[in-house]
Write a protein that binds this ligand. Structure first.
Ligand SMILES: [Zn+2]
Length: 251
């Protein structure tokens, strides 16, 4: 995957104290989940405003622009849902391994996945698994979603399923080996922190090996699925456009 997919683990050096509780059961989750209800409610609100016939053309343009923006955001949620669902259908075993992942102490860890616009990350990679731990506890993963969570970002590219497989391979290794991996990571990449194409893929990096192995396993399942299933695999780019048009068309 490294030839076409510069996806990497990125060590986040900030360590903050969070007050979230550790999740009781692990799961792969849609990273947009916590914002989706508010976005959908706002969309409905703006749509209802358009029923007012006394709006000025400026007000109408402003509302329509907000609707377009919300339709775009909600479409990213839907595309992420579709990606996770496709992955689970094609490779349920791989999905379930991460869906039930626990850390070194057997604690559940949630893995949040987001499809995001291409080129929208500081690190220019098709996929990123962020690496960070709780202050004074190198065994406990954390991300912007809280304690006991991992954040994974995937660019919206046609190969997103393979990028996801790659990143889940990183997650599979990193979660149960967090403490030792962070130590090794600093050793592997102490002199190459400016080379993002290399991060996570030092020849001796077990996380990089796990990522490559996951892609290999996923490809096998993918080929089988394409040969045997009548269901067509949907491109995230095409889907996003379709979802977006549908949300706007309902106005
Ligand atoms: Zn990688």
């Amino acid at each position: 995957m490294e030839k076409i997919c510069p996806s990497h683990s990125v060590m986040i050096l900030f360590v903050i104290t969070l007050v979230f509780s550790v999740p009781s059961s692990a799961a792969i989750k849609n990273g947009y989940e916590r914002d989706i209800y508010e976005a959908e409610e706002l969309l409905e609100h703006f749509k209802s405003l358009l029923d007012n016939n006394s709006l000025s053309s400026r007000e109408r343009r402003l509302i329509t622009s907000n609707i377009a923006m919300l339709a775009n955001s909600i479409s990213y949620y839907e595309v992420t849902e579709n990606l996770l669902s496709q992955f689970r259908t094609i490779a349920p075993d791989l999905y379930d391994e991460v869906n039930a992942i626990t850390d070194k102490h057997g604690r559940a860890v949630n893995v949040y996945i987001k499809i995001i616009p291409k080129n929208s990350t500081t690190v220019k990679a098709w996929g990123i698994t962020y690496l960070s731990h709780v202050r004074n506890d190198a065994h406990t993963y954390q991300s912007e979603y809280g304690v006991g969570t991992v954040s994974v970002k995937i660019w919206m590219v046609n190969e997103a399923l393979f990028v996801l497989a790659h990143e889940l391979g990183h997650v599979k290794y990193q979660v149960p080996h967090l403490s030792t991996y962070i130590r090794d990571y600093k050793k592997f990449y102490s002199t190459s922190l400016d080379n993002f194409f290399y991060l996570g893929h030092h020849p001796n990096d077990p996380s990089g090996k796990s990522a490559n192995e996951y892609v290999k396993r996923f490809r096998k399942e993918y080929v089988y699925y394409v040969r045997t299933s009548r269901e067509k695999i949907q491109s995230p780019l095409v889907l996003h456009g379709r979802f977006r048009r549908n949300f706007i068309a309902r106005v």
